[in-house]
Design a protein around this ligand. Sequence first.
Ligand code: 5GP
Length: 204
Amino acid sequence: MPSEAEKLAENTEPERMTNLFVVTGPSGVGKGTIIAKILERVPHIAKSVSATTRPMREGERRDVDYFFCTSDEFFKMKLRGEFLEWAKFTEHYYGTPKSWVEKSLSEGQDVILEIEVEGAKQIRQKYPQAVLIFISPPSYDELKSRLQSRATESPERILSRLEKAKEELNAKNLFDYEVINDNLDEAIGNLEHIVYAERARTTR
Ligand code: 5GP
């Protein structure tokens, strides 16, 4: 293995230390919108596509937004150890495919996981160096009105997501950073700063 000095002398790029970012926050808080902007603005970072048993929503793309699968397929993947983490959220299952994440990190690309709290806890155990970021709403009432106006779920499902949100908001002290999504541009800017600050760290 050539030393860093030898690599520089050969004019090859030194290997990047890659980062695994976990972005969590209650349903409806705007995680997806914020992450989409980060992917546009920041080079060398990609978002993992999860598997889910949840039905596809209007406007979602198969294998781009999620790998939509049956419960049977999901549990086969789980038994084969193909998930880095997985969780049940309200009545559906969600899991992060392990091989893609490991390959991306080993190829020098940072990875973002957009997952819920139980999954974030599993990642903390497996990858203590992962950077955990919690996106908060400015208030619970604001979250409620955002979920209601998004109207992608039935009223009963919105209620169960709001119940879940209460639990998630109580778990935010497990995270390294909190970004409050009051003003969208500021929230995007803050997450971008976190990504660059973590890339500039000399130690973990
Ligand atoms: P939605 O149904 O709104 O797309 O997602 C519901 C929740 O599941 C969100 O909090 C989302 O971040 C989370 N989620 C999506 N993919 C995964 C995953 O692979 N693992 C875990 N643990 N949560 C996920």
